[in-house]
Design a binder for this molecule. Structure first.
Ligand code: ARG
Ligand code: ZN
Ligand code: CA
Length: 241
C-alpha cells in the first residue's frame, strides 16, 4: 500500500436496552482508538519496554462511515454470526468488500469480541464487539475500557493470529514476536518470561495477547508486514484499496 489506506467503518448496533444503544460519541471514541493504535499514535506507544526496536505502525485511517441501529428482544447473541443476518434478527453487512462492518451487541459468555479472518464469506465479514467493550466513553467498562478489544479484533480481521499461536509455545507466523506459553491476563509483571525454548521475555504488551486494555499498546513490525500484505494487489482484501 502506497500512502494512507482509508477504511470506512459501518457500525451495526443491536440493542435491547437503552444502555446497549451506545452513542455516536462512544462509537467515534472507538474510531479514534483504532486510528491511534494502528498508526502508532497512542499515548502509551512510547512506554519503555524491551521491544521498542520492533514496534510498528501501519498507515491506515479508519473513518466512521455510517451507523445502523436496530432494536431487538435478544439479550445475548453468541458467536454464530446471527447478529450479521437480518433473517435471524440481526443486521446485514453493508458493502463488506469495501467497508469494515463492526457489529455492536451483547455477545454473552464472557466474550468481549470476535472477528473473521481474510478470505471468508463476505456476508459475515467484519468484527463483533460487545457494547461494553467498545470505545472509551459511555458504557465502556474497566478493564476493557480503552477500545482495545476492537484493536485486537481488527488485528484478526487483518490476518493476525494470537501471539501465543493458540497452543502452548505455539507459532503466530510472525518472526519478531517471541514464543508465549499461552494468553496473558491482567497486566503481567515487567520481565515476565515464557518457559518455551530459550525462555524469551513475553511481549504481553502486544495487542494480540489477552492483557487488560491498559497493558497493551503495540503491534510488531512483523505483524505490520502481515497486515499490509492483505491489501496488496493480489491480497485477500485488495478490494479495500
Ligand atoms: N477475542 C478476545 C475475547 O473475546 C478479545 C480480547 C481483547 N482484549 C482486550 N484487552 N480488550 O476474549
Ligand atoms: Zn482474539
Ligand atoms: Ca512469533
Amino acid at each position: 500500500v502506497n500512502g494512507v489506506l482509508e477504511i470506512p467503518v459501518v457500525f451495526n448496533v443491536l440493542y435491547r436496552t437503552a444502555a446497549e444503544n451506545i452513542s455516536q460519541a462512544q462509537l467515534q471514541s472507538q474510531i479514534d482508538v483504532l486510528n491511534a493504535d494502528f498508526r502508532g499514535a497512542n499515548t502509551d506507544y512510547n512506554s519503555n519496554n524491551p521491544f521498542n526496536n520492533v514496534r510498528g505502525a501501519i498507515n491506515v485511517k479508519f473513518i466512521l462511515d455510517n451507523v445502523v441501529r436496530k432494536s431487538t428482544t435478544k439479550s445475548s447473541w453468541g458467536t454464530n454470526d446471527a447478529m450479521k443476518r437480518s433473517s435471524q434478527g440481526g443486521i446485514d453487512a453493508s458493502s463488506p468488500t469495501t467497508k469494515l462492518n463492526y457489529w455492536v451487541c451483547t455477545i454473552g459468555g464472557g466474550i468481549l469480541g470476535y472477528a473473521q479472518f481474510p478470505g471468508g464469506a463476505t456476508a459475515t465479514d467484519g468484527v463483533v464487539c460487545d457494547s461494553k467493550y467498545t470505545g472509551t466513553t459511555g458504557s465502556a467498562t474497566y478493564p476493557f475500557n480503552k477500545g482495545r478489544t476492537a484493536t485486537h479484533e481488527v488485528g484478526h480481521w487483518m490476518n493476525l493470529r494470537h501471539i501465543w499461536g493458540d497452543a502452548n509455545c505455539g507459532n503466530d507466523q510472525v518472526a519478531d514476536t517471541p514464543t508465549h506459553n499461552g494468553p496473558n491476563s491482567g497486566v503481567p509483571a515487567v520481565g515476565h518470561r515464557s518457559t518455551c525454548s530459550g525462555q524469551p521475555l513475553e511481549m504481553y504488551m502486544n495487542y494480540m495477547d489477552y492483557t487488560d486494555d491498559r497493558g497493551m499498546y503495540m503491534f510488531s513490525k512483523g505483524q505490520v508486514s502481515r497486515m499490509a500484505a492483505i491489501f496488496n494487489s493480489n491480497g485477500p482484501r485488495k478490494s479495500f484499496r
